[in-house]
Design a protein around this ligand. Structure first.
Ligand code: ADP
Ligand code: ADP
Length: 232
């Protein structure tokens, strides 16, 4: 469902040209949990920004459900982006708003009526297991709880795809496991394709179906997790 073909991404600045991505070809299937691993600077975040249409490739095409992003208008890309949820390492919550209000926020932007916003946000709060924290502020929550809010907010517009940028990197191992279990449940029950980037091999081993190992802007290995991380 997500096809990356002949992707290159070059950044130009005062110091010259820098090839952040060199020839990426990859297909991510519907319903898959796909992981990108690699050291800092490998190009993982750049690739994620191309998938959610925040940036366009210098060469090549990104096609999501048969729609090529570079063919779309800015407005159509913004619409397309509503069908992609995103979660972050530092949660990116609004600190002056409650859990319920944070989750309602993307629905406000999408012009959903207040009644429907509240109904949807409450369903999502239940899904992520935070029913008793609905009126709490982010500062009153643990790291794991904050990420649950981030996940619920990312699901507000019923996305087909959820992108995760180091979503468990700020969490302890036990909390990481809980968040990974929640992501697996979302993948299975809501049939959401999950694409995650991480520097933690354990995260990939635990939930990914397939993985691409990135280094210096290239995919150096790719396949089912069990094949790529085969014990010698
Ligand atoms: P990763 O997510 O794997 O750590 P990134 O995709 O963030 O890697 O970065 C890949 C490379 O591209 C890095 O060397 C980074 O400095 C460079 N880069 C990323 N964004 C920009 C930009 N907007 N301008 C110039 N260079 C950039
Ligand atoms: P609002 O737009 O609801 O008024 P704020 O102005 O309180 O939200 O926060 C804007 C952003 O600043 C938040 O998304 C959050 O990332 C960051 N931020 C605000 N307060 C804090 C804090 N106490 N600790 C860390 N980050 C904060």
């Amino acid at each position: 469902m997500i096809v990356l073909e002949g992707i290159k991404k070059t950044y130009e600045n005062k110091k010259g040209r820098f090839e952040a991505l060199k020839t990426i070809d990859l297909t991510i299937k519907k319903g898959e949990i796909f992981g990108f691993v690699g050291y800092s600077g490998a190009g993982k975040s750049t690739l994620l920004r191309l998938i959610n249409g925040l940036e366009l490739p210098s060469q090549g095409t990104v096609t999501i459900d048969n729609k090529e992003l570079s063919d779309l208008s800015k407005r159509a890309i913004r619409k397309e982006r509503q069908s992609i949820g995103m979660i972050f390492q530092h949660f990116n919550l609004l600190w002056s708003r409650t859990v319920l209000e944070n989750i309602m926020f993307p629905l406000e932007i999408a012009n959903v009526t207040k009644e429907k916003r509240i109904k949807k946000a409450k369903e999502l709060i239940e899904l992520v297991g935070l029913s008793d924290k609905e009126n709490a502020y982010p500062s009153q929550l643990s790291g794991g709880e904050k990420q649950r809010v981030g996940i619920a907010r990312a699901l507000a517009n019923d996305p087909k795809v959820l992108l995760s940028d180091e979503a468990t990197s700020a969490l302890d191992p036990q909390t990481t496991d809980e968040v990974l279990k929640l992501l697996e449940k979302i993948n299975k029950e809501l049939n959401v394709t999950i694409i995650l980037i991480t520097h933690e091999m354990e995260v990939v081993r635990k939930i990914c179906h397939r993985v691409a190992v990135m280094d210096s802007g290239e995919i150096v290995e790719e396949g089912p997790v069990l094949d790529v991380f085969k014990q010698p």
